[in-house]
Design a protein. Structure first.
Ligand code: NDP
Length: 384
């Protein structure tokens, strides 16, 4: 049976992994909407290849290029946030939310409001909107499937079990490219070094988040919303091989883990085929060749991001949205060469400490909190 799919963030790393899987099963899928920010030529090529109904760029200045690249194809084109939201709300069996950052929040919420299946990679959207998003999921009868490898692992380990019996959930972290670096080395880390992840091939922002461990912090907040076991039951362990993607421990002492290659096509295939299974081209795990799997406690002194995220979850209200917004600004400043690597967490901590905003209760309020936290983060950096 043919299923319909829209991809928000089609030109990114998650978008590419998803389309790679779809390409291998073309007869089973029909593509509705594909979106990008400004990579118009790349988006047009994908829209042509997959005969999409509509291609949308967020940046309106890129529409002319998209139109020209798709002229004569019959594929509709559009630009801007309203067009992204319209594309996300188009009827589709599954909408993959893979825009990076809170730029993906409003389109993801538009897909959720349709009450279908939303496959969520865009963790920043859930971190910012938190209860506003989970309330919309419940209200609209939406099925929210986690794409993030850790959350997808937990989702698989929880299948057939009752969360009431969960003693703890452990998120694994590779520790990123700077796992064993000293303070002095971290202070001198360059953007090129930060985006070179040892195990995963990902977009620039999440690669930096992985290097600072903010990725794990955001994932802690994400897990808090996806799996209601109480934040005090969420743990983090560093596992450099990235083979065990996360674990769930039950009250009887059993721990279930999900293992797999470090390839996002595995969790993406899980959500695309859910509740069935589909083939992937990934090489099977060879545990004998791997030899050993190791685990160690995170070092929150060198990498304070996870402690900051835990504090934000405990504080609740606007704190997670503030943490996320400050991190997005700090990561962009680091990638642009404006601040050193070690200032990312320092700025986020400062913005969190100085920004007490009321808890957002609607999407508009989440967006307002995000905007206010961004402007405070920018101001702090300018005057530093
Ligand atoms: P990429 O940077 O590779 O891709 C981001 C996508 O979002 C691109 O299609 C980009 O378009 C689009 N985009 C960027 N800015 C905007 C904007 N302002 N408005 C609309 N669209 C925009 O990111 P990833 O694929 O690595 O990550 C996507 C999301 O998935 C992130 O939230 C990340 O945390 C999460 N994730 C990623 C994993 C990975 O392995 N990559 C693993 C788990 C989660 P354009 O190409 O035109 O810039």
């Amino acid at each position: 049976m043919t299923r319909t799919l829209s991809i928000l963030g089609a030109t990114g790393s998650i978008g590419a992994s998803t389309l790679d899987l779809i390409r291998r099963e073309r007869d089973n899928w029909r593509v509705v909407a594909l979106t990008a920010n400004c990579q118009a030529r790349e988006l047009a090529a994908l829209a042509r290849e997959f005969s999409a109904e509509v291609a949308v760029v967020a940046d309106e200045s890129c529409l002319a290029e998209l139109r020209e690249a798709l002229s004569g194809t019959g594929i509709a084109t559009a630009a801007g946030l309203a067009a992204l939201i319209e594309a996300a709300a188009r009827p589709a069996d599954i909408v993959l939310a893979a825009i990076v950052g809170t730029a993906g929040l409003a389109p993801t919420m538009a897909a959720i409001e349709q009450g279908r299946i939303v496959a969520l990679a865009n963790k920043e959207a859930l971190v910012s909107a938190g209860d506003v998003m989970t309330a919309a999921v419940a209200r609209c009868g939406t099925t929210l499937l986690p794409v993030d490898s850790e959350h997808n692992a937990i989702f698989q380990c929880l299948a057939g079990n009752d969360v009431a019996h969960v003693r703890s959930i452990t998120l694994t972290a590779s520790g990123g490219p700077f796992r064993d670096w000293s303070h002095a080395q971290l202070a001198a880390a360059t953007p090129a070094q930060a985006v070179r992840h040892p195990n995963w091939d990902m977009g620039a922002k999440i690669s930096v988040d992985s290097a600072t461990m903010f990725n794990k912090g955001l994932e802690l907040i994400e897990a808090h919303h996806l799996f209601p076991v109480g934040h005090e039951r969420l743990r983090i362990v560093v596992h450099p091989q990235s083979v065990v993607h996360s674990m769930v421990e039950y009250r009887d002492g059993s721990t279930l883990a999900q293992l797999g290659p470090s390839d996002m096509r595995v969790p993406i295939a899980n959500v695309l085929a859910w509740p069935a299974r589909m083939d992937t081209p990934c090489a099977p795990l060879d545990l004998a060749a791997l030899g050993e799997l190791t685990f160690r406690a995170p070092d929150e002194e060198r990498f304070p991001a996870t402690a900051l995220a835990r504090a934000a979850v405990q504080a609740g209200g606007a704190a997670p949205a503030v943490l996320n917004a400050a991190n997005e600004i700090a990561v962009a400043a680091f990638l642009a060469g404006h601040i050193p690597f070690t200032r990312i967490a320092a700025y986020v901590a400062q913005v969190l400490a100085q920004t007490a905003l009321p808890a957002p209760a609607t999407l508009a309020e989440v967006i307002a909190v995000d905007a206010e936290a961004r402007s405070r983060a920018r101001a702090l950096m300018e005057f530093a």
